[in-house]
Design a protein around this ligand. Structure first.
Ligand code: ADP
Ligand code: MG
Length: 220
């Protein structure tokens, strides 16, 4: 079923200054769906090619990644489908950049918030209620970032795991949703690694709950 499909895409980030200074190169060759390691010395492709649903090259902006990967999930979520976007990668691969963006460029979270409220505000047939929950998984422990990092129990309901008694914040516009999500960044447990000073070994989950009721059309 379309709604159940898992898609995996890759975003190749450009070299950062430190890597350029070290004379590093991007040792991958790729097109829209295939990626393969490349040896610049022998000028040969090495190893096997890997196939993905999408490969975004280093000059593609976050808005394009959003448009292709996340936007359909947001649209489906308003139709009642559960959707998840997981950003995965080794330290310094570009997760924070992609999710939170920069001063110049919106990240996935900001684009999601704006898109979601744009769709909601454009729908005159229903009234929507949006709540946000923020979780952190660190050292196998789950905590509630909207509730002073208190421990969250994960319960099982018909084979579906969910956070029990998670604090939720009702949000009324994209700005409120974004500032709630950004508190995650401030409260995360940062475990510095050698690869990237800003990096953390924690995982954060921004959980968006959407409820809606049909509007009463019989105006009186
Ligand atoms: P992660 O969160 O996966 O550890 P970061 O998002 O912190 O990685 O990215 C590592 C470095 O690369 C940062 O300096 C970031 O600004 C830069 N970077 C990541 N992705 C891009 C991109 N698409 N374009 C430009 N710079 C990027
Ligand atoms: Mg990061």
């Amino acid at each position: 079923m379309e709604g159940d499909k898992v898609q995996v895409s890759i975003r190749v980030r450009p070299l950062i200054q430190r890597e350029k200074d070290a004379g590093d190169t991007i040792n991958w060759k790729y097109d829209k769906n295939l990626i393969q390691a490349y040896n610049p010395e022998t000028k040969c492709l090495t190893g096997q090619p890997y196939t993905f649903d999408g490969i975004f090259h280093d000059k593609v902006d976050t808005a394009e990644v959003y448009h292709q990967v996340v936007s359909p999930i947001v649209e489906k979520s308003l139709q009642g489908y559960n959707g998840t976007v997981l950003c995965y990668g080794q330290t310094s691969s570009g997760k924070t950049h992609t999710l939170y963006g920069t001063e110049k460029e919106d990240g996935i979270i900001s684009l999601t918030a704006k898109h979601l409220f744009q769709l909601i505000n454009g729908d005159e047939t229903r009234t929507y209620y949006i709540r946000v929950g923020l979780l952190e998984v660190y050292n196998e422990k789950v905590s509630d970032l909207l509730n002073n990092g208190s421990h969250v129990e994960i319960k099982d309901k018909n084979g579906v795991a969910f956070p029990h008694d998670l604090k939720e914040l009702e949000v009324f516009n994209s700005q409120e949703m974004l500032s709630a999500a950004k508190t995650v960044q401030a409260k995360r447990k940062i475990g510095e690694t050698q690869m990237n000073k800003e990096s953390s070994r924690s995982h954060t989950i921004v959980r968006i709950l959407i409820e809606s009721v049909p509007n009463d059309n019989e105006e009186e």
